[in-house]
Design a protein around this ligand. Structure first.
Ligand code: ASP
Length: 337
């Protein structure tokens, strides 16, 4: 071995690093300082979620994050708050039914390893997000739907319950009197809880759950069950979630698009704006419906953007617990939330 090679070996530097030894040695040192800094800087947990009802969901998720728990546990417990609340008419128990009077639920969850689970068109189970997590952790599959998903939930010990509350039934009966049995998507008849979190260990996870569009066709599945559409997590980069007209989100694979834009160097805010822009370009009728996106990157920066005015979201970190209005594309006031 030449004396130069021996010298390099002694330094413990790999061969590809030898071209400009001085510079490389400096860079190796710089990288280790950076790594050291990363190790000693405490990671600030963050959780963000959609809509007003996400605030109490964030409060629940925050208990886990503050105690040093996992982002996955935080988002799973957080979204169960609106799922279980009969007064939230677009998520879980108390959700508005399809046009035939059935409450059908879509949920998905994704963890820091890139693992994912989902249930779609699930009936009679109050907390579909728990079933989605079991699909992720206990089965070799990503997605179960309909009766199969319900059978699986029952086998795991869930009870079948009637999810149609009196309040939701009354609204359905009122709708039926002049609705012409026609599914219609407007800014009034839906909303999903999407939640993404970064924990103190620096890991990202997300959850998304909904009863979908009110008065939809029986069997309709929306974006909230589709990994990549309403939810995507890449622990190297960031995470994103969606609410609004699921058909528009699915056709542009919204959450995946946002994460990929962040991978290309966009901030969470820029990525959300570009994903909304994509929907507007592809949908000449975008003035008539709402889509809202949230994003969170590995550094804990957040982004939010919607087509219409009125998309509220919640951000909790060690310095704030806030409900905010997202910036939006059209100025028209379609609805006051
Ligand atoms: N994205 C949901 C769906 O299409 C509804 C919503 O979030 O407003 O089912």
């Amino acid at each position: 071995m030449s004396s130069r090679r021996k010298f390099i070996k002694k330094l413990g530097i790999t061969l590809p690093a030898i071209t400009l030894l001085g510079v490389q040695a400096y860079e190796v040192k710089g990288a280790s300082i950076l790594a050291e800094k990363k190790k000693t800087t405490p990671i600030k947990p963050v959780v963000i979620s959609t809509w007003k009802f996400g605030f109490s969901a964030n409060e629940k998720a925050w208990e886990t994050l503050e105690a040093g728990g996992k982002a996955l546990d935080a988002v799973e417990s957080g979204v169960q708050v609106p799922e279980s609340d009969p007064n939230v008419s677009s998520v879980g128990f108390g959700g508005l039914p399809d046009r035939d009077g059935n409450v059908t639920l879509d949920s998905c969850i994704m963890d820091e390893t890139g693992n994912a689970g989902s249930v779609a068109f699930l009936q009679g189970i109050k907390n579909p997000i728990r079933v989605a997590r079991m699909v992720m952790e206990k089965t070799p599959h990503v997605m179960l739907v309909g009766k199969g998903a319900q059978d699986y939930a029952v086998a795991e010990g869930f009870e079948i319950e009637d999810l149609l509350t009196d309040k939701a039934r009354t609204r359905w009966e009122e709708w039926k009197t002049d609705a012409n049995y026609k599914p219609e998507i407007n800014v009034e008849d839906h909303d999903t809880i999407g939640m993404i979190a970064l924990d103190k260990h620096g890991n990202l996870s997300g959850a998304c759950t909904t009863s979908g569009l009110a008065w939809k066709m029986h069997g309709r599945v929306g974006d909230s069950a589709i990994i990549g559409a309403a939810l995507f997590v890449d622990n190297e980069i960031g995470a994103a979630t969606a609410t609004g007209k699921g058909e528009a989100v699915m056709k542009t694979v919204g959450a995946f698009l946002i994460v990929e834009l962040m991978r290309q160097g966009k901030s969470p805010q820029e990525a959300c704006e570009l994903a909304v822009q994509r929907i507007i370009e592809k949908n000449p009728d975008s003035k008539n419906f709402q889509v809202g996106y949230l994003a969170l990157n590995k550094e804990g920066q957040t982004g939010a953007y919607s087509i219409q005015k009125g998309f509220t979201y919640n951000v909790f970190d060690p310095n704030k617990k806030e409900q905010m209005q997202a910036d939006h594309y059209y100025e028209t006031d379609v609805r006051s939330y």
